[in-house]
Ligand binder design. Structure first.
Ligand code: SAM
Length: 526
């Protein structure tokens, strides 16, 4: 991996329908550096077209005769009426991005002969350290096969790719991917679009989202990696801390070479992940080396690694205490936000959620005049006014809107300028007849699965389970009756049997396949 070809492994040849191209003159192994060259022309960003033309004339004028001949032989898809326009056209057709942030561009005699394919077998990278563009094989390439790179800014569905290529390079791609029958192409497009969509979510969220919603972000990356694997495209694997870096080094080595800044940086991080610029911003997933599970099979290790939930009967219940899903009032999106990680606007200007979240508030006070505008206390102790929907006010039983009960609101948003939440749709709301604390404890107690007496905490030889909720165990009838009457299992039992409560605990809140509402109908797979 990451080897440099000791002699040229390719040559510039005519390629039918594409002009010239770079063709393998022998079998090339994945990871081989095919070319590495310095620019013949390099242009920085300038303020005006006049300045650009001056710069182009100056650079072309300073080329020696061989270089000028080489430059003028390059492909040009733009019409021209004078030599400056001709030079500019050649540069627009051929230039590759360079510079630390790829803001400048350069022309290369060999790299600019490489044609595009959406299922390309090589990648081009600018190495700032050695001032060269390099092309690496990302698959094994057979002798006689054309070497191709991607000209696309992002890898999207077939129509979007074709439009971008036609607009910028004036050709219609007929690569293997673009030539697939419609049904096959469509199923690939769905995955490519999802990958692109996740890119957007991660980019918009930036570092704040990575810190605040690390779990959800990891899930997004996990989903992307799985999709890439399904597409059998380039393996782009990001992992946790050291292991993340360890997994990246061979990938960068294969595609960028051992002297690339990426290989140097990630080899260093693999040795010492604390060197990362964001190290320490969140300690939520701090894992000591000795906490890494041993003896797991490859599938189980990947599940642990990516924090995938595998057991849906346990494991989901933590979400009532999970601040990424069960948001406090201060973390709720604002109903006037035009851009948010939580919402997007459809083409028809309809606001729709991008992920799942909910708000929980225990009813503290009820206004005697506006009875159905209760005040609640959220998971962080903030007092918030609720505005229940008009028709729902009549439907809600008085016993429901009662001090001490807890309101769950799906996709809650805070009102502009008010410590309040307006519930537009009654199906987004559910009231549980328990306090917030008890609900949260219930989710944990249900999860622990221990066969100990719910009342006295002892372990008996012949334990009996509550025949209604089938959740808690008792050492005998005395304990069971005491718990029912004194400790309030009567109400708790009702909640435990409520299909909405059961669904809330079973539901995988991290995976978003569309908006949900009460009553919750949760598929086993969701
Ligand atoms: C940077 S040049 C590549 C080398 C060029 N074929 C030559 O003859 O020098 C880019 C141009 O090559 C052509 N080209 C690149 N990839 C192509 C493809 N997959 N199919 C058809 N033409 C392609 C297009 O005209 C594009 O504007």
């Amino acid at each position: 991996m990451g080897v440099t070809a000791s002699q040229p492994v390719c040559a510039i040849e005519d390629v039918p329908g594409k002009g010239k191209g770079l063709v393998a003159t022998e079998d090339i192994l994945k990871g081989t550096r095919i070319t590495s060259e310095v620019p013949i022309i390099a242009l920085a960003h300038v303020a005006s077209v006049e300045q650009l033309h001056d710069l182009i004339n100056q650079q072309v004028g300073s080329l020696n005769q061989d270089q000028q001949r080489e430059f003028l032989s390059l492909h040009n898809i733009y019409p021209y009426t004078n030599h400056t326009e001709r030079y500019h056209g050649i540069i627009r057709t051929n230039a590759l991005p360079i510079g630390p942030d790829l803001a400048a561009c350069s022309v290369f005699s060999q790299a600019c002969r490489v044609n595009h394919a959406c299922d390309h077998n090589a990648t081009n990278f600018w190495n700032e350290n050695i001032n060269r563009v390099k092309i690496h094989a990302i698959r094994n390439i057979q002798k006689g096969e054309e070497i191709t790179i991607s000209y696309l800014k992002s890898h999207r569905n077939r129509q979007a790719r074709q439009e971008e290529l036609l607009r910028n390079f004036k050709f219609t791609c007929a690569c293997r991917l673009c030539s697939l029958p419609t049904d096959q192409s469509n199923s690939i497009d769905v995955k490519l679009d999802r990958i692109h969509e996740i890119d957007g979510i991660i980019e918009r969220g930036g570092v704040p989202a990575l810190v605040a919603s690390a779990r959800r972000m990891l899930d997004y990356v996990d989903e992307q990696v799985r999709l890439w694997h399904e597409l059998s495209a380039n393996e782009v694997v990001l992992t946790r801390a050291r292991s993340f870096a360890e997994r990246l080094v061979p990938l960068f080595l294969a595609s960028l070479g051992e002297d690339s800044p990426e290989v140097i940086q990630y080899s260093k991080l693999a040795r010492d992940p604390t060197g990362h610029e964001y190290f320490g911003m969140s300690m939520k997933w701090k894992t000591a080396v000795n906490e890494i599970p041993e003896g797991l099979g490859p599938k189980d290790f990947e599940d642990w690694f990516w924090k995938r939930e595998t057991d849906t009967s346990h494991g989901q219940l933590i979400y009532l205490r999970d601040r990424e899903i069960c948001l406090g009032f201060k973390d709720l999106p604002n109903q006037l936000d035009l851009e948010s990680d939580y919402f997007e606007y459809t083409d028809a200007d309809v606001r729709r959620p991008l992920c799942h979240w909910f708000f929980l508030g225990e009813i503290q006070a009820i206004n005697p005049i506006f009875r159905r505008q209760p005040q609640v206390r959220d998971v962080e102790g903030t007092t918030v006014a609720l505005f229940l929907p008009r028709d729902h006010r009549r439907e809600l039983a008085e016993s429901e809107v009662k001090k001490g009960n807890t309101v769950a609101i799906l996709y809650a948003e805070c009102m502009f300028g008010e410590a309040g939440i307006r519930i537009q749709d009654p199906q987004m709301m559910k009231i549980f007849p328990l306090s917030l604390d008890r609900l949260q404890n219930l989710s944990q107690d249900t999860q622990n699965g221990f066969r100990i007496c719910r009342k006295c905490g002892k372990k008996g030889s012949s334990m009996k389970r509550c025949g209604r909720c089938l959740t808690f165990w008792y050492c005998d009838k005395v304990c069971q009756t005491a718990d029912w009457i004194e400790e309030g299992h009567k109400t708790e039992c009702k909640v435990l049997r409520d299909p909405d409560w059961q669904a809330m605990l079973r539901f995988n809140w991290d995976r978003f396949h569309g908006q949900i509402s009460f009553p919750l109908h949760i598929d086993e797979g969701s």
